[in-house]
Each structure stands twice: as C-alpha cells, then as structure tokens.
Design a protein around this ligand. Sequence first.
Ligand code: BGC
Length: 699
Amino acid sequence: MKHDWKRRLLQRLFTGAMAMYKQDVPADHDAGFPDPDFLLSRMTLVEKIRILGGVDDLAVPGIPRLSIPKVWMSDASSGVRCFKQATAFPAGIMLAALWDRSLIYQVGSAIADECRAQGISVILGPGVNIARVPVCGRNFEYFGEDPFLAGDMAVSYIRGVQERGVMAVAKHFACNNSEFDRHKSNSVVDAKTLHEIYLAPFEHAVIRGSVNGVMTSYNQINGIYGAQHPYLLDEVLRTAWGFSGVVISDWNSLYHTEAAVHHGVDIEMPKARKMTVRKVKRALRSGRITEDMIDRKVRRILTVCSASEFYSSVKDESRGLNTEKHRALALKAAESSVVLLKNRNSTLPMKKGCTVSVLGRCAVNTPTGGGGSSFVPVVSGPGIAEALEGEGFRVLRDDSDDSISSSDYVVVAAGFDRFYESEAYDRPYRLLEEDLLALDRACRINSKVIVMIHAGGDVETSSWIDKVQAVIFTGYLGMHRGTAPARVLSGAVNPSGKLPFTMARQLDDHGAMKGYPAAPWNISFVRVIGPQGNPRIRKPRTLEYQEGVFVGYRWFDEMNLSPQFPFGHGLSYTDFEITEAEAAPLQAKAGSNALTDPPIVTVSCRITNTGDRAGAQVVQLYVHEKTPKTARPEQELKGFEKIFLYPGESRTAAVELNTRAFMHHDGQQWALNPGVFELRIGTSSREIHHRMEVHIIDS
Ligand code: BGC
C-alpha cells in the first residue's frame, strides 16, 4: 500500500508519546478534598491560574500548600490506555453494536475500577461524535450514526464510570466528525442539524448521564474553535443544559487567551499555552478579563473535585487491574457485539471438527483496536486462526491453492488496523489490495468463503459480497480479537450485535460524502502534523454539512436508496417473531421538551424465539411524523430494547416515549408539530414489523 510508511511513522509518533505515560501514578492523593469555597478564598492568583493548565501530559496540577492533589487522567472508552497493562475492551463502535445498556454499563464500571486501581480519577471518554462519513478515521471510537443510540449508549457508559467514582468526559464537543484536517477544518452546520444530530448525544450525556466532564473539539464550528465557543459552551452547554462540570480542551487546541477565559474551556490540556500565568495576568491588566472569570473556572474545577470521590483517596488496588473477571466481561462484550451481516444457506455456524483455511491481512495479526489515543497496548489473546483451533477446528497452515480448495471453509479476515484507521487522518473505504486479492483467490477455489470485517464502520462490499457465503462485522474487539469471533463462527455464541451505522452499496451513497474532500485517505504530512489550526498560520478548510439532518439511514430513506446492510441490521442463528404490537397513550397531552420528561406513550410487543437456539433480538422503535411542516427524516430511532430468549420463550418488550421523541428543532428551540405520528417496530431501519398510529395533542 502506497502510504503504508507514512501511517507507520505517524503511529510511531503516537506510541512514542504513549511510552512516557507508562509510569506509576505517584500516590499523592490520599489527603481528601477540602471545601471549594474555602480553598478558593485561600488561593493566590497565580495558584488559580496554574490550575487552569495541565501538567505531565495527563494531569491537572495539585497545590501541595493547600493539600489539593494532582489529578490524573487517561484515555478512554475501550480501556485504560495509560499507565499499566489494562483490559482491552471492544472499541466504541462495537460497544454501540451491543445495543445493550446493562452490558455497556458494566464495561464502564470495569474501566472505572481499572482507573481507580491505578490512581486515575478521570477517563477521557466516551467519544460521542456522530459517524457522519464512513471514512472518518475515528468512527471506531464512537457510537455510530444515530444520535439517540449514541446518546443512550453514552448515558449507560457514563453511569457505569461515574458510579464507580471516576469522572467521565464526553468528547469531542462538537462536530468533530472528520479526521481529515481535524485541526484546520471548519464544520459548517445549520442550527437545526446541529441540535438534532450532532449535539443530541452530548445532551443525553449531560442531562441524563450527568457527565462531569466535556472535552471540546479541534475543529471550528461555524467559524469558531470549539475550545472558545460562546454559543456552544455558554449558551447551550452551561446555560440551556445547566452543565456545572468541567470543560477541558482537546490536546493543544486553544488559540486565544481572552476568548477562552470569557467563554471557553476551564482547563487547557496538556499544558498551559494560552492560559499561562504571564498571558492571563497580561489580559487581566488590560481589563479585558476579570479575576471573577478565573474564579468561576477554578470553582467549577474544585466543585467537581469535592462533590465526589474523584479526587480523594483515589488509588485502590483492590478494584482490580486486568483481572480475570474484567477479561471475562471483555469477552462477553466482544462476542455479543459481533454482527452477523450475511448467512447464505445457513453456512454459519461452521460444523465442528471441520477444516478451515484462514486468509487476509488480519489473519495473523488480528487487530485489537484502531490507532491513536484510544489504543490500549495489550498482551492480547489468540488471533483468529489460533482461536479457531481452540474451538475445535483444524486450521490448515499450508496456504497453497490445493490446501485452500480442499478445506471445508475459508475464513478471510479482512480490514484495517491501527495504522490504517486512526485519529489524525481518514481511512480508505475500499479494503486493501491484499485483502481483495485474498478474497478473489478464496472465492475462485472454494465455495464456502466467510468474511470477517475489521473496521470502524462501513467499507466497500459490493465488489465481493455476492461471491461469499457469510460475513461478520467484527470491528475492533480488543484483547479477545480472535476468541470472540471464533466463538460466533463455531456457534458457541449466537450473534446478537446490530449495526450502529448503515453499510452502503457505494461510498457516494452516503449523503455526507457530497462536498467532502476527494480521496480523503491520502496522507499528507503537512496536513496531519503541520501547523495546527492557528488561523494566523493556516486557513481553516470548510466542511459544509450539506446533507443537513439526513445523516446515515436518514439519507438512505430520504433518497430512497437501498443500503447494502441497513442501520440496526444483524442476523441470528435463531428466529424471532414479533406479535401483539400496541401503542398506548399515557396522558392526553404532550409534556415538555426535556429529555427527562415523563413518558406520554408506551409501546409494547410480544417477542418469541421460534427457533431452536437461545439468542437475543433488539426491538427497535422508529418514529415517523405523518404531516411534517419542516424537513424531517422519514423515521428516527427513539427507543429500543434488547431481549434474550430461550427457544420457545416469549417476553413482552416495552419502550416508553416522552414528548421529545416527537419533536424537531426549529433552529431556535425544540418544537412539536401536534398531530398523527406513526410508530414503527422493527429489527432494523428497513425491517419494520408493525406500524401503529398515535395522535399527539399539544399541551
Ligand atoms: C485526542 C483526545 C485524547 C487526547 C489525550 C487527543 O489527541 O483527540 O481524544 O483524549 O489526545 O490522549
């Protein structure tokens, strides 16, 4: 691959920086945390300013004179990257593919325990940016293309983390939906789209998840950098949503001292560049900022510290780091997240004891995660070939045509890895040449070809999909990269993951690709590591969100395009039947627009496992407005429930909807167009089983 050496070099830069984090967290936290106002009244101006900038790459400085401890942070959603060997859970996109609140909550809790076991108080996740374009190098860290799913998964993850005494940080606020020129891009997006699609997951994280931290983005949003954005940080986050936690900058993304003091971040990371004592004092002397503004930031930092156990007695080794229990949880999450995309003639599960050939780039070095700051350096479990042997298959090591043609199955482990899919640059849409050749060869000489896709989202499948029998989407599964898919292929696990994004027939079918830079996966050093977004050095590049609210499946519905695999899709080895669908109004009139408002409608159905294996199905609820007065998507996910059933078992699934589920944003505020709404119960955005109508009357 042409750009291989560039990607390798860039990753070395990342991992080089990571190496220095592999130290022990100094045990200086044991003092407990004094009252914020008391502390503030005793802090000198210099001490106050110093606490607004990071130290040691991943810490907020302490003030020993006042017994304020240093506070350590670590990345991120799929495990504790720094400091010691931690459990590597599946990447964010696979956690979203679970559609399982309880499991993602448990993952959050375990990651928090691994933080506390090392003395880390803050986890720099979850990432909740919407997967707008499939090539975004960082989609694998996020929770997919739908704001409700991403928001809901974030809420459970955050609760899991914070209830174990670690602060979560929802990132990157906002519209960091591209890694192409991320430091120098300007996401231009209208207010309606901003609120309905891109801010919504953050709103869930703040209002329902009570997240204590928010990290701003590198990019500009409508011409203003995220770290100093008056509308986003003051009007929306702190005022409209009442966020009282701490806002931290993404690494090296502050460009203006006064702007940041007025309406920007509370903490500049990884160290003060614009919030230095000299620069802040100069701005104070000029009268353009006041000490009161500094006090507000310091009070917010101290309040978050004292309101919880985040900062006191942090280190507790008994919480467990990379324990057997956590590794077992990581396996459960990994195997439950695998999505069975295609299974012609019930090729899967593979028959025990059969012979298998394993080809493809990921056959030997099956990847654990994408690259950049989320990568958890792990001693990982077996790759796919070894894991298949562990499941009782005979893996043929001889990869001659003869051997391959004689094997009962050929598994092609295709896709990317942390060099090709990473923060800081976009990734290819097409599988790499090596994989395409392996696929072609396998299909020519064997009729039972099964493909595993390692990627953070949609990839090109049209050129080969019809030639293969079965496909599983494995994304990045963390340390159980081989064992989890092997257990799905063998049938030890019945797949129950569902796509948190749409897979298209071709890249251009994604509406968001219109106006996106051509061949964004071509790496340019000037772009990736050249001067950052400082407008005085480089002019930001405009990324217009031309598709508006029609992101992901909303675009496919709007344009009547048929996807390769729709949002929410995922097959099982058993069958389910959904009956007795019902929608019951709980009150006569609509309520308020608050995400936490009580439900006004409850939707229920009966789901039965009609096959002969235990398995789980996700009942998905889409809302369709019958007579919209503004541009509205054909349907939007507003609820779901994952139900596990033994063969023959039936259960009732119920989803409650409050008024917000029926609202749109009119550019100024959330608004309701009273009237008839259709409620659709489906098992993907394109497999709708039941439709019901409810009449929503304005309050
Ligand atoms: C990333 C953040 C991450 C930070 C610290 C930055 O490059 O954008 O998401 O939390 O590094 O590792």
